[in-house]
Design a protein around this ligand. Structure first.
Ligand code: GLU
Length: 497
């Protein structure tokens, strides 16, 4: 009898980095991974890639868990549910990466590079001056043992780099695109471990995918250019490659890569603005053409084939059908779909949604103290607090435009405020500092600044305390309000021209 080798059980993963609000792209890729695993009796794993300490946001991980669970994208193994291949949080695996880097140093596929930040910067500048693409020049690829030892004895900090072969190319198969080749001329000697001992994304990602027995790496197409480095790493370790599937990126209406400036991208936004999880999941399932409905999301609306739930996706989604043309994340279409879902609810279920999403105890409890000090009858509540419950607030020019300011100036200033708010931790103190920071050094008073934000948030010149209101309304929706204000004003200005 010949021995039969059974294929390894399917294991897929998503690997979000906790760097801010959970992104719609994470849910989209999560959905595709979940479908792939469930259709094949496999496992779906959630791994948190938190090695970039500079961009780490403490609350982000919990928000990722909550948002994915809200959508019904549940994982079989992960930091919070455990599993046989943990830990599933990269910051708890640094010792594993250190050991693996040592393996590569020992077998000569990686090397220590001792240049200082200044030396690297000088290298970059001289390459740019010579009109060459900036990359590591390989100076420390072949240091002698004695030289390395001397640097180590001197206590010089170093990074570990991958020794990319000088000649030739690396190729790999993308399950949707076929063979992809990268000439080594275009692959830098990637840093695998930083001088602080933390791994880079590339190293940690490959080590974990291997140790967690991932069979299929299903991720967004923006990672294609990283894949040759990953393939070289698998080879350096002597490991078998997983299959790679690079999914078409979500796009804005203008076909650019989806961005927060053109679309809300935070899952928190969709939840707070009253989108139903089923509708969002359905919409994401429409994105890449895997369902029989095809991938032309922003064309006609066809409830017959475009409305489906997760069980239907598990039944009908075909990976080979995925089309590579960038799927457009069209908010108008998503709203239509959400409306269809809302209308399908029983009156009682609809009421329940209002009660638990828009008028939740938690939300009302946070708003109440903001109006209590200025209210005379309960009946005035709506007059004072309406903006907390509106989707759209349109301040008139006499409300938002400070006297003695031009529209152009004001909008330019609003854009600066938006940038400051995007980077801001959402507490009253941080907001206060951020808003004052934008005003400082300009002939624009803090008072004008606060009035402008107040006008955009509430549509009025007077309101409950601004900073507290922003905190209660939440970051995702507040930013959306500022962006929509800017968009609307730009459109108005264009019409006038
Ligand atoms: N940490 C990466 C991200 O933030 C993971 C990319 C991958 O799936 O390899 O998306």
């Amino acid at each position: 009898m010949t021995e039969q080798t059974t294929p390894a059980p399917i294991r897929v993963r998503i690997a979000p980095s906790p760097t801010g609000d959970p992104h719609v792209g994470t849910a989209y890729i999560g959905l595709l991974n979940l479908i792939y695993a469930r259709q094949r009796g496999g496992q779906f794993i959630l791994r948190i890639e938190d090695t970039d300490r500079a961009r780490f946001v403490a609350r982000s991980e919990q928000m990722i868990f909550d948002s994915l669970r809200w959508l019904g994208l549940t994982w079989d193994e992960g930091p919070d549910v455990g599993g046989p291949y943990g830990p599933y949080r990269q910051s708890e695996r640094t010792e594993i990466y250190r050991q693996h880097v040592q393996l590569l140093l020992d077998n000569g596929t990686a090397y220590r590079s001792f240049e200082t930040a200044e030396e690297l910067e000088a290298m970059r500048r001289s390459q740019l001056a010579a009109k060459l693409p900036p990359r590591y020049n390989g100076a420390h690829r072949e240091l002698s043992e004695a030289q390395i030892q001397q640097f180590l004895d001197e206590g010089r900090p170093y990074v570990v780099r991958l020794k990319v072969p000088a000649e030739g190319e690396t190729s790999f198969r993308d399950e949707l695109r076929g063979e992809i080749k990268f000439s080594h001329n275009n692959v830098d000697d990637q840093v695998l471990m930083k001088s602080d001992g933390f791994p880079t994304y590339h190293l940690a990602n490959v080590v974990d995918d291997h140790l967690m027995r991932i069979t299929d790496v299903i991720r967004a197409e923006e990672w294609i250019s990283s894949t040759p480095k990953h393939v070289l790493l698998y080879q350096a370790f002597g490991w078998e490659l997983p299959r790679f599937w690079h999914m078409p990126l979500l796009r804005n209406l203008d076909k650019s890569k989806i961005s927060k400036r053109k679309n809300p991208v935070s899952l928190i936004y969709y939840r707070q603005a009253g989108f139903l999880p089923g509708a969002v999941l359905n919409f994401l399932g429409l994105m890449c053409g895997g369902m029989p409905a095809g991938g032309k999301v922003n064309e006609e609306k066809n409830p017959e084939v475009e409305i489906f739930d997760l069980p239907k996706m598990l039944e009908q989604f075909v990976f080979e059908r995925i089309s590579l043309g960038g799927p457009v994340f069209d908010l108008v279409k998503l709203k239509w779909l959400n409306g269809e879902y809302l209308r399908k609810l029983s009156p009682e279920a609809f009421f329940e949604q209002l009660r638990t999403v828009l008028f939740s105890d938690e939300y009302l409890r946070a708003i109440a103290p903001l109006v209590q000090t200025r209210i005379e009858t309960l009946g005035q509540f709506g007059d004072l607090a309406d903006f907390f419950f509106r989707d759209e607030v349109v301040p008139a020019a006499e409300v938002f435009l400070p006297r003695k300011r031009t529209l152009e100036e004001t909008l330019g200033f609003t854009a600066e405020i938006l940038t400051a708010l995007e980077a801001c931790d959402w507490t009253t103190d941080a907001l206060d500092a951020a808003l004052r920071g934008v005003g400082s050094g300009k002939e624009w008073s803090v008072k004008e600044n606060f009035m402008l934000v107040r006008a955009i948030l509430t549509g009025r010149t007077t309101s409950p305390p601004l900073l507290e209101s922003l905190v209660v309304f939440g970051k995702a929706r507040s930013l959306d309000r500022v962006r929509r204000f800017l968009d609307a004003q730009k459109k108005l200005a264009a019409q006038k021209k």
